[in-house]
Write a protein that binds this ligand. Sequence first.
Ligand SMILES: NC(=O)c1ccc[n+]([C@@H]2O[C@H](COP(=O)([O-])OP(=O)(O)OC[C@H]3O[C@@H](n4cnc5c(N)ncnc54)[C@H](O)[C@@H]3O)[C@@H](O)[C@H]2O)c1
Ligand SMILES: O=C(O)C[C@H](O)C(=O)O
Length: 327
Amino acid sequence: MSTPFTVAVTGAAGQIGYALLYRLASGDLLGDRPVRLRLLEVEPALKALEGVVMELDDCAFPNLAGVEIGSDPRRMFDGANLAMLVGAMPRKAGMERSDLLTANGAIFTEQGRALAASAADDVRVVVTGNPANTNALIAYHNASGIPRERFSALTRLDHNRARALLAERAGRPVRDVTGMTIWGNHSTTQYPDVFNAKVCGVPADRWIADDGWINFDFIPTVARRGAAVIAARGSSSAASAANATIEHSRDWLLGTPEGEWTSMAVPSDGSYGVPDGLVSSFPVTCSGGDWSIVQGLPISAFAQAKIDASLGELQGERDAVRALGLI
Ligand SMILES: NC(=O)c1ccc[n+]([C@@H]2O[C@H](COP(=O)([O-])OP(=O)(O)OC[C@H]3O[C@@H](n4cnc5c(N)ncnc54)[C@H](O)[C@@H]3O)[C@@H](O)[C@H]2O)c1
Ligand SMILES: O=C(O)C[C@H](O)C(=O)O
């Protein structure tokens, strides 16, 4: 039997946690490889988390190698091979994700330090809690000793939303939509890129043949989908966010499918002129547990203007957390 893989999940008693843990335990991340869960919550939520663990027990998952819960990040990150940083306040109707910077930023300084102190040498970190890109920036700045390439933020949900919407418009199954990219921030300024995507191998803009729909319908619908879910459900997306967190992690650990890329927000190495270190979404392929940015995609003046707006927002968030002393 292979060694258990240790996954730390923060905010485990929250909405996303409830949609995530059972899938981690049932093998959606690593198939038959045993998984050990370490679940971090704030003290007042530990009672509810005990109930979640009772339900995990009651599923009798054959590959669940153990569950621990606690409110001390150093203990919960001890030996973690993967940390899913979900725990943070979600936004309510009328808020932008960046409104959460002050409320949530402090969580990620503490957790970055704790990861550096106790996680496994091969730890990989995905930040789902909003504002995800800048929280990842804070975490890596505070995790001295862990290479910054091990930190990422979730834009897979936006990527999946964009694929699904394009597939619907094209009248084809989602599997026929390839080469989607989300550029920039997980926010309303993100740029979902149809012009480098394909439908059934044909450039998607040619297949759709309706630039008005792409510019005035597709792009804003993807960028504002989070708010639409909040307006409809009364709380932010949970099942789709959990699904995206798993898919992001699985591709990172096991590799992206041959010939395809995904979207991940990662610390920029300067590719496409994105300022070094900014956690921005790019097209990436993964192999052997490492990501690399797909190079050489054509970016039109229209696309560049959209990407620049999102980078401007990310730089503003970075300056704000710098002023708060978080990085
Ligand atoms: N990146 C994305 O695509 C995406 C998608 C959906 C939601 N989100 C974000 O994910 C976060 C969680 O959403 P949710 O719906 O599960 O929220 P939730 O309020 O249901 O759960 C959050 C949980 O985090 C816990 N928490 C707070 N501070 C903590 C800390 N310091 N350590 C550990 N746990 C802590 C809370 O006690 C709570 O149980 C929010 O910030 C939300 O905006 C991101
Ligand atoms: O929009 C939100 O605040 C939640 C999440 O980031 C989402 O995209 O659904």
